[in-house]
Unconditional design. Structure first.
Ligand code: AMP
Length: 384
């Protein structure tokens, strides 16, 4: 039975989390710091949140009976990633509040719905349109041209489910990708940089945005985040205003991440994530309140914390490069000898190429110094 009838879920209550990956683990750590109990549902017995949560429910995200167990053990339920089926979340409505709610989840797990929602609120995206058939693809190519890409409407993550179309010849070949499902055709944006804005909205409607972070991707995966972002103040303000508009439009309770392309004179939204985000990891050391604590505050009806950046900061992801069942990290002794370098490991037993194993955050007196420290530290760390 839900005990979260009042607006505030006081410390001592229990937070349920769908997903026990690194984001679930770091939400759980923040929840425990504030005195909450934590129950995590994840199919993987080795999920990073094990050992941090009070209780793990090992079940698939499609398992509505297990989801009900999660809800019954929790005062509020949240999630660490957007691919929890909307039906699973709908199945627990009325048993415990789900924050953010199923509507936001549903919109953000479908790129086509997401674009339609953004356009309905006057927020620009890369030019493009939904396509399902080779004829629709041909029409999109004729209308928008190349370079462009096809993104699967559902299920894409870390650059997965994307096919680039660099020229007309690749355009002809691209229809082989079409599988009867819906895809989003997108023209490439000549962006100057990519940024993200993480916004939190409380039960009482208060909104706080974190400073704008600048992100560099490699192979579709985030590699480096820098704060503050080197974008003109007017464009940073525009990105923040978009995040606020969306938080209001969704009546968000919790955290929403808005990933944007910054062009010479505009901000276009690339993608929304209804959750804390990899680009916000540096908030742990660099901001007055971390994104994880902010998320816990928001979903529990507590006041939101100050999001100010205390000093320049950089975060580098540590990705696996080899395949090993029992991974060990080499080089921590050197990395941690550098000033203001902080190492976070996610407790994943096995390593695989491109798997997110941990990250390094460095602070510095200048942004250049913070980036140099983070890069130096990360370059000496390997999983074997
Ligand atoms: P996504 O999975 O949509 O976040 O895409 C992963 C990365 O691919 C983005 O962070 C960009 O670096 C790149 N990308 C995606 N869509 C576009 C686009 N329309 N134009 C240029 N680059 C893009």
């Amino acid at each position: 039975m839900s005990r979260g009838a009042g607006p505030v879920i006081a410390p001592g209550g229990t937070i349920g989390i769908f997903g026990g990956g690194q984001l679930g683990r770091m939400i759980a750590l923040a929840a425990r710091q504030l005195g909450y109990g934590v129950v995590v549902l994840d199919p993987d017995v080795g999920a990073p949140a094990r050992g941090v949560a009070d209780r793990m429910i090992h079940a698939s995200f499609e398992d509505t009976a297990a989801a009900r167990q999660l809800a019954e053990a929790s005062d509020v339920v949240t999630y660490e990633f957007e691919n929890v089926p909307e039906a699973t979340v709908r199945a627990i409505e009325g048993r415990a509040p789900v924050r953010p709610d199923a509507t936001l989840l549903g919109v953000t797990q479908d790129r086509v719905r997401e674009h339609a929602f953004l356009h309905a609120h006057g927020i620009p995206t890369a030019p493009g349109c939904p396509v399902r058939t080779p004829e629709e693809l041909a029409a999109a190519l004729a209308r928008f041209g190349t370079p462009s890409r096809l993104k699967s409407a559902r299920g894409g993550y870390d650059g997965g489910g994307q096919h680039r179309i660099r020229n007309a010849a690749e355009g002809d070949a691209a229809s082989a990708v079409l599988d009867g499902r819906l895809w989003l055709f997108e023209r490439d944006v000549p962006f100057v940089c990519e940024v993200s804005v993480i916004v939190a909205r409380g039960v009482d409607g208060a909104i706080r945005t974190f400073p704008v972070f600048e992100n560099t991707h490699a192979d579709g995966i985030l590699r480096l985040t820098r704060a503050p972002a080197a974008v003109p103040p007017a464009l940073a303000a525009r990105a923040e205003a978009i995040a606020r508009t969306l938080a209001e439009a969704f009546a968000l309770v919790g955290t929403l991440t808005v990933e944007c392309f910054v062009t010479a004179d505009d901000v276009l939204v690339n993608e929304l994530a209804p959750r804390v985000h990899n680009s916000g990891h540096l908030t742990v050391e660099a901001c007055a309140t971390s994104q994880f604590e902010q998320h816990v505050r928001a979903v529990c009806g507590l006041p939101l914390g100050d999001t100010a950046l205390r000093c320049p900061a950089a975060m580098v992801n540590l990705l696996g490069t080899v395949e090993r069942r029992r991974a060990r990290l080499l080089g921590a002794d050197i990395a941690l000898g550098l000033p203001d370098v902080h190492l976070h490991l996610y407790g994943k037993a096995s390593v695989r190429p491109r798997r997110k194993m941990g990250h390094v955050t460095a602070l510095g007196p200048t942004l250049a110094e913070a980036v140099a420290r983070a890069e130096h530290a990360a370059s000496g760390l390997t999983f074997e």
